[in-house]
Design a protein around this ligand. Structure first.
Ligand SMILES: NC(=O)c1ccc[n+]([C@@H]2O[C@H](COP(=O)([O-])OP(=O)(O)OC[C@H]3O[C@@H](n4cnc5c(N)ncnc54)[C@H](OP(=O)(O)O)[C@@H]3O)[C@@H](O)[C@H]2O)c1
Length: 221
């Protein structure tokens, strides 16, 4: 349950962005209660320290979990318009980094209102039509404009980081160390048995996009 989600959070916060997250900075994590998000909140807290700020976004039912993992503030995407909320509340105190583990093009395009000029938008995920996102064609056009549209033609003037998670032994050692030192705990949404019915239900839970932490299938009793 740990390697892919934790590696993703670690690499998209600390390795891929041009300006890596560091002490005293502020970070916004979209999809903060999911598999990647629960690790990202904890890693971000460790890195920015008490002088920094971690703000997470998930639904209200998972807000306490995200606060327990280290977020200073949690935004419930169901009760506010996320872009408007961030614009109203963080335009005077902009984020150094945004990690998007849910996938929201509007968040990227509006990011100049609430992310610093030299900040990094670290895109782990992209909008999926099955999860209420725009159509594949419209998403593709957002991707092209984010990558290639110059700012003088209306392109978003913020750095977009995209990549894939890679298995890097030194990153796995760093994550193992954080867990051993109890700086980070893996969050378990649910554990399922290794049979047809349970595997189907575990899969449904995963693709729902609303697991709190990781979904585990236990191979041995
Ligand atoms: N680039 C890569 O190499 C890489 C690697 C690993 C994963 N990924 C991708 O990263 C994504 C995240 O994976 P995951 O395992 O963390 O997913 P997940 O466990 O399904 O988590 C989804 C998170 O998104 C939140 N969420 C749902 N709807 C939202 C909305 N409208 N606005 C904001 N947040 C919303 C959920 O909160 P609530 O449950 O409270 O609603 C939850 O915190 C997936 O799309 C996955 O494919 C990419």
């Amino acid at each position: 349950m740990i390697p892919t989600a934790a590696l993703t959070a670690y690499q998209f916060l600390l390795k891929y962005p041009k300006r890596k997250l560091s002490k005293g900075q502020s970070v916004f994590i979209n999809g903060a209660s999911g598999g990647v998000g629960t690790f990202a909140v904890q890693i971000a807290r460790q890195i920015v320290g008490e002088s920094g700020k971690v703000v997470g976004c998930c639904s209200a039912k998972n807000a306490d979990l995200v606060r327990r993992l280290g977020a200073d503030e949690v935004v419930d995407y169901k009760s506010v318009n996320l872009v408007e909320h961030l614009t109203q509340n963080y335009s005077n105190d902009r984020f150094d980094m945004i990690l998007d583990a849910h996938g929201n093009w509007d968040l990227y395009h509006a990011s100049p209102h609430f992310m610093k000029k030299d900040g990094d938008f670290s895109a782990v995920a992209f909008e999926e039509p099955s999860k209420g996102g725009r159509s594949a064609l419209s998403g593709f056009s957002c991707l092209l404009s984010a990558l290639f549209l110059p700012t003088w033609l209306g392109g978003t003037p913020r750095r977009l980081t995209m990549s894939v998670t890679k298995v890097v032994p030194e990153d796995l050692h760093a994550i193992g160390g954080m867990i051993e030192r109890k700086e980070m705990v893996p969050i378990l949404d649910s554990v399922w048995k290794f049979n047809d019915e349970d595997i189907k239900r575990a899969y449904e839970k995963i693709i729902s996009g609303h697991a709190a932490g990781k979904v585990v299938i236990s191979i041995r009793e």
